[in-house]
Design a binder for this molecule. Structure first.
Ligand SMILES: C[S@@+](CC[C@H](N)C(=O)[O-])C[C@H]1O[C@@H](n2cnc3c(N)ncnc32)[C@H](O)[C@@H]1O
Length: 205
């Protein structure tokens, strides 16, 4: 448990992309076993369940795909064409081995995306809006690349929600007529931590 807790602390305290690469480079091989089996990571299953309530088929970008836990769930429960982006090459290599993504690409989600405007039916971003990772503003690019009527499903760790400006940003997007906040729930995030997260689904207008 010592090592697992240590590496989890390391990713949440990342200060740079180099820190992200280094920490996930160490964690990638044991990530699925540690998070799902040992720590009780709830977010992927709950998020995929919510997305499937709103979307049956289509092109989906898994933003911060990590080892591909979300892609694996989506590919076994629906008819989706999946692409994935992440900054960590080690995590992308694990995602590649799951054989559920058409395209995988190394991308910094805190920068503008090169993806075409209105090109996805959905973006799903799980476990990636969290301490030391991706900033709320990245949501604007996710809105841009999603088709009208498409959806964006994401989690935000509660600690990060409180420290950041997600509430304000969601209001701004609504006021600008860009999105509707269709679902906003608080769910269990990691059972052994007792942590919670917001699970949000936006509809792009
Ligand atoms: C906790 S993992 C979540 C992975 C997967 N979505 C899941 O639920 O298992 C967070 C992921 O965010 C990625 N990440 C962190 N900062 C990033 C950035 N600036 N741009 C792209 N990916 C980033 C990490 O490499 C890592 O794979």
């Amino acid at each position: 448990m010592g090592n697992r807790t240590e590496i989890h602390d390391k990713v949440l305290n990342a200060k740079s992309l180099d820190d992200i690469s280094e920490a996930y480079g160490i964690w990638a091989k044991s990530y699925d076993q540690d998070l799902l089996t040992e720590l009780g990571y709830q977010a992927p299953a709950r998020s995929v369940e919510l997305l499937r309530k709103h979307l049956a088929t289509g092109r989906v970008l898994d933003a911060g795909c990590g080892t591909g836990l979300v892609g694996q769930l989506l590919s076994t429960t629906g008819d989706f064409q999946l692409d994935g982006v992440d900054y960590s090459e080690s995590m992308l290599a694990e995602a590649q081995s799951k054989q559920c993504y058409q395209n995988l690409q190394q991308v910094d989600l805190n920068q503008p995306l090169t993806h075409e405007t209105a090109s996805y039916d959905a973006v799903i971003c799980i476990g990636t809006f969290t301490l030391g990772h991706v900033q709320p503003e990245a949501l604007r690019e996710m809105v841009r690349i999603t088709k009208q009527g498409g959806v964006i499903c994401f989690t935000v760790r509660d600690e990060f929600w409180l420290k950041s400006n997600f509430g304000k940003l969601l209001n701004e997007l609504e006021q600008a007529g860009l999105t509707d906040t269709t679902e906003l729930q608080t769910i269990d995030y990691i059972l052994t931590e007792g942590s919670k997260c917001k699970l949000v689904l936006l509809t792009v207008l």
